[in-house]
Design a protein around this ligand. Structure first.
Ligand SMILES: *Cc1c(COP(=O)(O)O)cnc(C)c1O
Length: 356
């Protein structure tokens, strides 16, 4: 889309990071930010690109107090020919509207925002790293900006898009991780905000994550908030199990975040003719399948890691090892294919990559 937003260029461009092995995640930000405001009666107005820098906000800004915030996460990748591509970006801006609806934030125009993002990326194209496994992480987000302490939806909002060059998630290859099955805390309940990418969900998960880390686990597996029996997500990723050769993931029951990687893994498996199921999946079933040997692999899925293999599950003191703690063949195939498509090393049979 040819679009021309007003641009204020920075007069102090930063040095680009020299060592692609030291990018880490979410620590370095580019020179420019996309901004857009919402005002009641006017709609979303004043889209523009400005230099990166601190915001000046009233201490009473509603987002600070009651958490009316939304975010998204996607990546831009450098292809072997030097061009820059996005992975299914429209899905992120459609999902932002579903999150907005849940949090009573006014809807945005997904096509306009994909166009705005592309203009921002063209301006910042030198920031897209090219070393293996690196990418430019893209963080669109919205905050409620009324300076007001009453509990009601804000009447003004700010949408921003910031960009962060990010290092390889797995510099040493995919490393299966130990996971604690959380039985004390829950992430979300049906009817709550688990389906929305809103900040409070992540604040609510920190206690559990900190306790699991202290006990040597990398993440937690979340069970449903009512019966505490059914599997929902792993950390802030969707979760898949290979059960008797079928790829199974919990159905989107109202408390699970509908991941774009999740959807892509299901579509890829369909494309390959591998059977998939989206259904209720209990921890008891996983325990039994672990004992009988029909459980062969498990992995998390999300934009940051793409695939995060699970090496071990700990549930009420019982430990289930998966694929002897090594990555399984289907997990590896999904990872290699998705990243192959994203970095332009493999053909893109489902038409997922979009030039900027
Ligand atoms: C963002 C997110 C995911 C993964 O979504 P992707 O679109 O695949 O990145 C899964 N679960 C939670 C809770 C998330 O916030």
């Amino acid at each position: 889309m040819d679009q021309s937003l007003p641009v204020t260029r920075t007069r102090h461009p930063k040095d680009k990071p020299a060592d692609p092995n030291k990018l880490g995640f979410g620590q370095i930000f580019t020179d420019h930010v996309f901004h857009m405001d919402y005002r009641e009666g006017e709609g979303w107005v004043d889209p523009r690109i400005e230099p990166y820098g601190p915001l000046v906000l009233d201490p009473a800004t509603m987002a600070f107090h009651y958490g009316q915030t939304i975010f998204e996460g996607l990546k831009a990748y450098r292809f072997p020919d030097g061009s820059i591509r996005l992975f299914r970006p429209r899905l992120n801006f459609e999902r932002i509207n579903r999150s907005n609806d849940r949090m009573v934030v006014p809807p945005v125009d997904p096509d306009f925002l994909v166009g705005a993002l592309k203009q921002l990326l063209r301006l910042e194209s030198d920031w897209v790293p090219s070393a293996p496994g690196t990418s430019l992480y893209i963080r669109p987000f919205i905050i409620a900006t009324d300076p007001f302490l009453g509990v009601r939806p804000s009447r003004t909002y700010r949408l921003m898009i910031i960009l962060s060059p990010s290092g390889a998630y797995y510099p040493q290859g995919l490393n299966p991780v130990p996971i604690h099955v959380e039985t004390k805390y829950v992430r979300a309940v049906r009817g709550g905000t688990g389906e929305a990418k809103t900040g409070g969900n992540y604040a609510a998960s920190l206690r559990s994550q900190a306790d699991a880390h202290a006990r040597g686990f990398v993440q937690v597996l979340w069970l449903d908030g009512v019966e505490r029996k059914y599997i929902e997500e792993v950390g802030s990723m969707n979760v898949f199990f290979v059960l008797g050769g079928t790829l199974v993931t919990p159905s989107l029951c109202g408390s699970i975040l509908p991941g774009i990687t999740r959807r892509s893994v299901l579509e890829l498996a369909d494309h390959w003719g591998i059977p998939t199921e989206e259904r209720r999946l209990s921890m008891d079933e996983i325990l039994e399948a672990g004992e009988s040997g029909s459980l062969s692999e498990a992995f998390g899925s999300g934009t940051a890691a793409v695939i995060s293999p699970i090496g071990e599950l700990e549930y009420d003191g019982v430990r289930i090892r998966l694929h002897d703690g090594a990555i399984g063949p289907l997990s590896q195939r999904v990872y290699d294919t998705l990243t192959g498509i994203q970095y332009g090393r493999l053909p893109d049979p489902l038409g997922w990559m979009e030039p900027i």
